[in-house]
Design a protein around this ligand. Structure first.
Ligand code: FCB
Length: 446
């Protein structure tokens, strides 16, 4: 059994504990109060795009259950709640004046968190681009970066004085690769060249937005959230080691080197040849505008083998319901790599968690797998911190079960169970464990 006590003692009193969600995955109310269509609203209508043919029209109905969900969040005893703003709620067509009703919702959310003593961590873009902008080229069009800056400024004007942090983007790599190279996610484009250009425009929009928000007098700390895997070679053969080094450069360094060193990894640029992005003068300097914090989403390791022979089914590691290897040691290793290679600002783990089977028995969910997952990953964060990484917080993905993108509702990541037929929320054992753990952490503040 995992004793919350020992682990709690390893964290400083000001460490921020939270839970995370995103707009499209929980809000529903897809067409209310002037909200425009997003690329995910559209993508869900493509036959075969979503495993269970579901969509985000209702999701967790969070839009209509805001107050009780805020009570639920507060009841966990968290310090922070990470949520995202739906761009098409705020700017239905992705341009022009803000829709006041859209901003009203997020103002109620932010004020409701503050009233309950929970710090709002706001993400501007968690994948729900206004469809109107997609119709004008989406992230493949450089102009979308400028539209993003306008949107960011509109959100800052209403909420920037009260949020604890603003992240520009969530996981630009997933937007670029799954959205534009494999086509598994909205907008479902399949072109490597497009994906590379999209990644550049996402990073550019981040840098331009940070500059604009600061120029507007933003007082909230500004950052970005990057998904990172820990990459390991399958064997210590030179070919596998070289493959691991390249995969790490093409994944992690493609995003973090521009942000912290102002350049793309040269070996990856070379390998891309004609697919290399179009970069204008000043872009790299804009992308490297200093940030106040870095958010990291960590779920798994990646094993590189030169001949592609590695089979994770045979690795001996347990897998989650997503088929992702459970590998907490990779989180420590990853954080240490970042600490070695970059001058890091404050670092938050902004997402970490797992999908498990979660049977409901007599109104309880005994998700021992998830407790084990959270405990071991939190211990991995403690170890990185002990070795000097400037860790500032940790947020569980997710507050509650929700729309897991192309997997639909079948994959459940919540520490709170959602019965989609009744919208009833039930704390899983992992939520009870987390609450108990946080009360031990907070006891150390006295
Ligand atoms: C991350 C996403 C988040 C959620 C988790 C499981 O890539 O940021 O929305 O889907 O994966």
């Amino acid at each position: 059994m995992h004793r919350p006590d020992d682990l709690a003692q390893q964290f400083p009193p000001d460490f921020q504990w939270g839970v995370a969600t995103s707009s499209f995955q929980i809000e529903g109310a897809a067409r209310e109060d002037g909200k425009g269509e997003s690329i995910w609203d559209r993508f869900c209508r493509v036959p075969g795009a979503i495993a269970d043919a579901s969509n985000g029209d209702v999701a967790c109905d969070h839009y209509h259950r805001l107050d009780s969900d805020l009570d639920l969040i507060a009841s966990l005893g968290v310090d922070a709640y990470r949520f995202s703003v739906s761009w098409p709620r705020v700017q239905p067509d992705g341009a022009g004046a803000c829709n006041p009703k859209g901003l009203d919702f997020y103002e109620r959310l932010v004020d409701g968190l503050l009233a309950r003593g929970v710090k709002p961590f706001l993400t501007l873009y968690h994948w729900d681009l206004p469809q109107a902008l997609q119709d004008r080229g989406g992230w493949a069009a450089r102009d979308t970066a400028h539209r993003f800056v306008d949107y960011a400024r509109g959100v800052r004007r209403r909420l920037g004085d009260r949020v604890a942090a603003i992240a520009t983007h969530n996981e630009p790599q997933v937007v670029a690769v799954l959205g534009h190279e494999t086509g598994d996610f909205a907008p479902g484009i399949k072109s490597r060249k497009t994906a590379i250009q999209v990644a550049h425009h996402l990073l550019l929009s981040h840098g331009l937005a940070v500059q604009a928000l600061r120029a507007d007098g933003c007082i909230a700390p500004l950052g970005i959230v990057i998904n990172l895997a820990h990459v390991e070679p399958a064997t210590d053969s030179p070919a596998d080691v070289a493959k691991a080094r390249f995969d790490d450069a093409a994944g992690r360094r493609w995003y973090l080197d521009p942000l912290f060193k102002g350049q793309y990894p040269p070996e990856v640029l070379d390998a891309l040849g004609a697919d290399a992005p179009a970069v204008q003068a000043g872009d790299m300097a804009a992308i490297a505008t200093p940030i106040d914090y870095l958010g990291i989403n960590y779920y798994f390791r990646m094993v590189a083998s030169a001949d592609g022979s590695f089979d994770k089914a045979k690795s001996g590691l347990a897998l989650t319901e997503m088929g992702w290897e459970i590998y907490p040691r990779g989180l420590t290793a990853l954080l240490l790599t970042l600490h070695r290679e970059y001058r890091l600002p404050k670092v938050y783990v902004t997402e970490n968690g797992g999908a498990f089977k979660d049977p409901v028995v007599d109104g309880r969910v005994h998700d021992a797998d998830r407790i084990d997952y959270l405990h071991t990953h939190i211990a991995a964060v403690a170890e990185a911190m002990r070795q000097g990484v400037p860790m500032a917080g940790y947020m569980v993905w997710s507050l509650m079960d929700n729309f897991e993108w192309s997997s639909g509702y079948a994959k459940r990541f919540g520490i709170v169970h959602v019965d989609y037929a009744t919208q009833q929320r039930t704390l899983k054992d992992s939520a009870l464990w987390y609450r108990e753990f946080l009360s031990r952490c907070h006891a150390r503040r006295m």
